[in-house]
Every structure is written in structure tokens, then in C-alpha cells.
Design a protein around this ligand. Structure first.
Ligand code: GTP
Ligand code: MG
Length: 140
């Protein structure tokens, strides 16, 4: 069943490179409404917990170091078919394979430093949203 919410993080590389405003504008222009928003920095513990599903992968340590290397913006987004449509908007994990005009094609530099996260299922969108936001921080 399609949901109307997904979860995103604008990753440390995109914030560091000054793309925060442009990425939020592109997200809004694509029809997503921001229902929760936070500018924060993950500890290595928190980043490790968030990406626990990738534990044991060769890139896991690099991923955890990178995701805790600077501030990020976390957000819950609302739109019809949010999960699938947001994955389309951000493009492939590897920016070299991302379709032209997608956020990763425009702002990511490598498969590791790829500018944005987007949930891959309704279940994960809900879990990831709860990982970052208390109920009082979500504005439906
Ligand atoms: P997310 O939206 O961030 O979850 O990306 P994704 O769903 O497109 O990819 P996946 O969940 O498979 O991987 C999570 C993150 O791990 C990616 O976004 C990358 O930042 C990182 N990652 C994945 N594969 C590699 C890799 O081969 N090398 C490195 N350095 N990082 C990787
Ligand atoms: Mg993923």
C-alpha cells in the first residue's frame, strides 16, 4: 500500500558544500511537504545504529564516519507515493548512474558521499522518522 510519508537526511557532504537550500527547494518544488525538520549532527554511535542494516558490509565503517563527520538535516516529507517518488527524485545510489536532474546527479560526488538519504520502504520510513523525531516534533 502506498504511504504518504518518507524520511530523508541531507548528508554532511551536501551541507558542507553549500547545497542545503537548493536541495530543500528542489524537494518542495517536487511537491513534498516538510512535516518535520531538524539540523543536527549524528554521533558515531547514532550513525552506526541508523545504518545497522549495513553492518558487516565493507563500506560500513566509512559510512558511519562520514555520516557523523558534520551536520545533517533530517526531515519527514509528505506526498502521495512519497517513498517511491522521493527515490526517483534523488536518483541512483551511485551519482555516476543517477538520472540527469536528480539530486544525486546534481550534488553528489561519489557512491559514499551521495548528498541525500531516502527511505526504501514504508516500514523503514516510519522507523527512521521515529529514530530522529519525537511525536511533538512532527507537524501533520
Ligand atoms: P540511502 O538512501 O542513503 O540509504 O542510500 P541507498 O538506499 O541508495 O543505498 P544503500 O541503502 O544501499 O546504502 C546506504 C548508503 O551507504 C549509501 O547511500 C552510501 O552512502 C553508502 N554506500 C552504499 N554502497 C557503498 C559503497 O559501495 N561504498 C561506499 N563508500 N559507500 C556506500
Ligand atoms: Mg538505503
Amino acid at each position: 500500500m502506498a504511504t504518504n510519508r518518507t524520511f530523508t537526511m541531507i548528508k554532511p557532504d551536501a551541507v558542507r558544500n553549500g547545497h542545503l537550500g537548493a536541495i530543500l527547494a528542489q524537494i518542495n518544488a517536487a511537491g513534498f511537504r516538510i512535516v518535520a525538520l531538524k539540523y543536527t549532527q549524528l554521533s558515531t554511535d547514532k550513525a552506526g545504529e541508523f545504518y545497522a542494516v549495513h553492518q558487516g558490509r565493507p563500506f560500513y565503517d566509512e559510512l558511519v564516519q562520514f555520516m557523523s563527520s558534520g551536520p545533517i538535516v533530517a526531515a519527514i516529507l509528505e506526498k502521495e507515493d512519497a517513498v517511491a517518488d522521493f527515490r526517483k527524485l534523488i536518483g541512483a545510489t551511485n551519482p555516476a548512474e543517477a538520472e540527469e536532474g536528480t539530486i544525486r546527479a546534481k550534488y553528489a560526488s561519489s557512491i559514499g558521499e551521495n548528498a541525500v538519504h531516502g527511505s526504501d520502504s514504508d516500514e523503514n520510513a516510519a522507523m527512521e522518522g521515529q529514530f530522529h523525531f519525537a511525536g511533538t516534533e512532527v507537524f501533520a
